[in-house]
Each structure stands twice: as C-alpha cells, then as structure tokens.
Design a protein around this ligand. Structure first.
Ligand SMILES: [Zn+2]
Length: 340
C-alpha cells in the first residue's frame, strides 16, 4: 500500500512536470516588445508611389496604384499537431479574413518564394479569387493544378527569366533554402525537392516540397527591391543585381554558424547595396494571424531552432554596422516603399 502511494505520488509529480514543461513550450514566446520602435509608420501614399502591405511571414502586397503583386499569400496557419500528425489544406475562412483585412482586391500575379506549405499552400486559392497569375517553379505550378487552378492562370518561369507586370519587372533568381540544423529535418524538407504531380490537399505538410527557393527581384522605375524569403544564398548569384531595399528572411538564421551568417549577409545584402533592410519571416507559423504579429513559442523558437528574436536582432545589428537603415513592417498597414 505504501509503495503504491509513493508510486502514485512520483507518477503524479512527473505528469505535472511534463504538463508544466509542455505549457511553457507552447505559451512562452520570443519577445517582440524590444522591437517596438523599429516598426515604420504607415502614411498616405502620394502618387506615384510603390506601397507594401505586410501580412505576416513573407506575405507582401505590392502596388504602384495600377498593378498589384502578392508574394506567397499564405494565410492558413495549421497547428503544430496538424503539421506533425495530421494532414493540412488551405483554410478558406482564414484566407477570406486575411483578404478582407489586407484589402486584397484584384491582383496581377501571386508569387511564392518557394513551394513549402508556409509559402505556397494558399497561393492558388488567392490567385483564383483575385484573378492573378500564379508564378513560380514546376512544383508551385503543381500546387496550382492540384487545386484546380486553370492552366492559363499558371506560369512556370526559369531562373533569371524576367517577367513584366505593368511597370514591374519581376525576376526569380535560383537561391538556396536555409539549412535545417537537424539532419533528419533537412533531409525530409530539402531532399527530393520537386512536386512532380498535381498536389491535391489535404496532404502531409512535407508533401509541399520546396520546389526551387528563389530570391525575388522586383524592378520598377520608382525603385527596386529584393525579397529573400528563406535564409539561404548562392555565392555570386546576385552579383549582377542591385536593390534599393532588401526584404530579408531571418527565420532560422540565428541557428546557423557564424560564418554562414556572415556569408548570408554578404551574399544577399552587401552585394545588392541597399539603403534599407526589412527583416521578415520571424513571426509564428502556427498561430492564427492577428492584428499584431505573433512571435513563435519556445517549441518553435528554441527546440526547432527558428530563433525569431535573435534573427531580427541579426538583421538590425548587421545593418547598423554597415550604416544601412533597418526597420520592421507593421502588420496589415500600407506603407510607402518608394519614393519616401
Ligand atoms: Zn521553406
């Protein structure tokens, strides 16, 4: 009887400790408050201007008043358990809410930075609703085909093949995905990267294979910018390009080696010689989109090494050292990128 009581006591203690540990991992988040002063302020656009509306992760609605482009358009946020144990599909209500909140009307092109679920999963549905062309790799095209997007709304482009949308010239330049520190995760997410058949959701998250990871270069008479969605680089790939603004994916960069971090900054930012850098891809991938950005919880930030807060600091510190302006986009608000 005594042993049974001790056994129950120990078992209860372990269960409580596990519960507290799990709650801590799920509820404690990276701290955003230290970046409060970094958010740029939205302003009434003068004409002509290029505006950007940031909507979490690498979702950017870009407009010059005549032509509107959207990168990714990923508004569903499958939960951690759905990602690990279930199947995922676009969340139509979440897409509707985000399109209302982001004031997304007619769009000329939807351009995912690569084909992982957290970029390209919703792109065909957003293209369907906005009349946009879905632009990207063969893998991105197969996500569109699996969703039933008509072939005339799909455009497969090669690396460094410029496409014109109004006054915008968009060039996808083959880059690298960031390197997952965990070898099993790296193999699962990056090896065998092509979606060869139309992908019909619901599917496992890893069925959204990477396709190609691209730097998205956008040139316009008013200014030029580059979006680097994933924190990877190809040495020399951007040598021939320039950009006034770099929008830099920092998710996972803080978990890389010091030399990788230096090379990433050198190969993406320094070669392009921008005046300003905006870190993106630092908010939570598993919480619904809200009015304000939500930071990842400790499970994602530390155990899975996403390291959002450290990633933002990486960009801010490197920019300061190089004498480049750095700022964060506010959520859902239209801000003027050029001229300013
Ligand atoms: Zn990815």
């Amino acid at each position: 009887m005594k042993f049974l009581r001790i056994g129950l006591f120990v078992f209860g203690g372990v269960a409580v400790a596990l519960g507290v540990g799990l709650a801590t991992l799920m509820l404690v988040r990276d701290d955003l408050s230290s970046f409060d002063r970094q958010f740029i302020v939205s302003q009434e656009p003068t004409t002509p201007a290029i505006t950007v509306r940031y909507m979490g992760n690498t979702n950017l609605l870009i407009s010059d008043g005549t032509t509107t482009l959207l990168t990714d358009g990923w508004f569903s946020r499958p939960s951690t358990s759905e990602l690990l144990f279930g199947k995922i599909a676009p969340d139509l209500d979440a897409i509707s809410d985000a399109m209302t909140k982001g004031n997304i009307g007619e769009v000329t092109a939807v351009i995912p930075v690569h084909s992982h679920y957290d970029h390209a999963m919703d792109s065909p549905e957003v293209a369907r609703r906005t009349g946009a062309l879905l632009v990207g790799s063969e893998s991105t095209a197969n996500i569109g085909r699996g969703w039933g997007l008509p072939e005339e709304q799909i455009r497969v482009v090669g690396s460094e093949e410029p496409i014109r949308f109004g006054d915008f010239t968009v060039t996808l330049i083959k880059s690298q995905h960031f390197q997952f520190p965990d070898p099993d995760m790296a193999a699962a997410a990056l090896e065998d990267p092509v979606i060869t058949e139309p992908l019909v959701p619901p599917v496992n998250a890893l069925d959204y294979k990477m396709g190609g990871a691209y730097s998205v270069h956008v040139a316009h008479p008013l200014g030029t910018f580059l979006l680097q969605g994933s924190a990877g680089y190809v040495t020399g790939a951007l040598d021939e390009y320039r950009a006034d603004v770099v929008i830099l994916g920092v998710g996972g960069v803080a978990a890389q080696t010091r030399s990788y971090q230096q090379d990433y900054w050198e190969q993406i930012v320094r070669v392009l010689r921008p005046d300003r850098v905006f870190p993106v891809h630092w908010d939570s991938l598993t919480d619904p989109l809200q009015d304000e950005p939500v930071m990842p919880n400790l499970l994602w930030s530390r155990v899975l090494d996403f390291q959002a807060e450290a990633g933002v600091n990486y960009a801010l510190e490197n920019a300061r050292n190089d004498g480049i302006d750095a700022a964060l986009f506010p959520m859902w608000e239209e801000v003027v990128l050029f001229p300013q």
